[in-house]
Design a protein around this ligand. Structure first.
Ligand code: SAM
Length: 263
């Protein structure tokens, strides 16, 4: 009833999210927000936009890191970039971009490969607070050690410190990395395709969806991808049980990188 009410009142559709983890997150939200029951939470968010924003934060899990799973980014460099390099211009979609860790990692990789200036990078999410953070490009200094180590393991060719300035316990990413990134609100549950792309990266988002919604999202990626475009998923995500499986071939198995088959 809570997710039905969220959909009717706010248009955010969690009805096809995986039940077990959604339930855990709702109960966690209830506790954190100090309401007595799930029905009280429902009542509150119906009338209170701030309460709904808080609930959205709890339901969307914007947990991420730069160059998360470094071997994924290493595989992009070796197996995807050589093909992307053959195009005069590129459109890349990072779906479920969290607070910007993944699109900024992608921007650094493209910059080092000399491709950023010919790329339009769309970074989308349903969490407005995460998108605001992403636009600011500010991360906590505590995360930098992990980001640096990931960057090195991902095959970074410079020093990670070239890309940020430290500022009172925070690091501010070089604004030049943002020059070709567009951050925008887009839901894989309710919105449609908005651009033709050569590469879609959607990592650690499908794990929160049930099979129906996973198929919807994979359908959007398929329709967005140009002829022989690439798709990257999270290491715990697979195309294995999807109706879209025959439309893609594997490029890097462990890294979950796929390529659209010719039609
Ligand atoms: C765990 S984070 C993944 C961030 C990043 N892609 C990564 O791999 O580190 C999941 C993100 O998916 C977003 N998300 C959840 N449901 C979504 C939907 N229906 N459409 C688009 N993004 C969604 C969340 O807001 C969150 O930022």
């Amino acid at each position: 009833m809570l997710v039905e009410a969220v959909f009717l009142r706010w248009g955010h559709d969690f009805r096809d999210y995986s039940q077990a983890s959604l339930k855990r997150r709702v109960l966690h939200a209830q506790k954190q927000m100090g309401v007595a029951s799930v029905s009280a939470l429902q009542e509150r968010m119906l009338h209170d936009a701030t309460a709904f924003s808080e609930l959205l934060e709890h339901l969307t899990v914007p947990v991420s890191e730069m160059f998360r799973d470094p071997h994924y980014f290493r595989a992009l460099r070796t197996q995807v970039v050589p093909v992307l390099r053959t195009y005069p211009s590129l459109k890349i979609w990072v779906a479920g971009c969290g607070a910007g860790e993944e699109p900024y990692s992608m921007a650094i990789l493209l910059e080092e490969e000399g491709l950023l200036d010919r790329t339009m990078l769309y970074a989308t999410d349903i969490n407005p607070a995460a998108l605001d953070k992403a636009r600011a490009g500010i991360f906590s200094a505590e995360q930098v050690r992990l980001f640096t180590s990931n960057y090195q393991q991902a095959g970074g060719t410079r020093s990670f410190s070239d890309y940020y300035t430290a500022d009172y316990g925070a690091v501010v990413l070089d604004q030049r990395l943002r020059r070709n990134i567009t951050f925008a609100d887009h839901s894989l549950a309710t919105d449609s395709v908005f651009a033709e792309t050569q590469f879609v990266s959607c990592r650690n988002v499908l794990i929160y969806f049930n099979r129906t919604l996973q198929d919807r999202a994979l359908g959007l990626f398929h329709d967005s991808l140009a002829h022989r475009g690439f798709l990257g998923l999270g290491t715990k995500e697979t195309m294995e049980f999807s109706a879209w499986k025959p439309r893609f071939e594997q490029v890097a198995r462990a890294e979950r990188i796929y390529r659209k088959v010719a039609q």
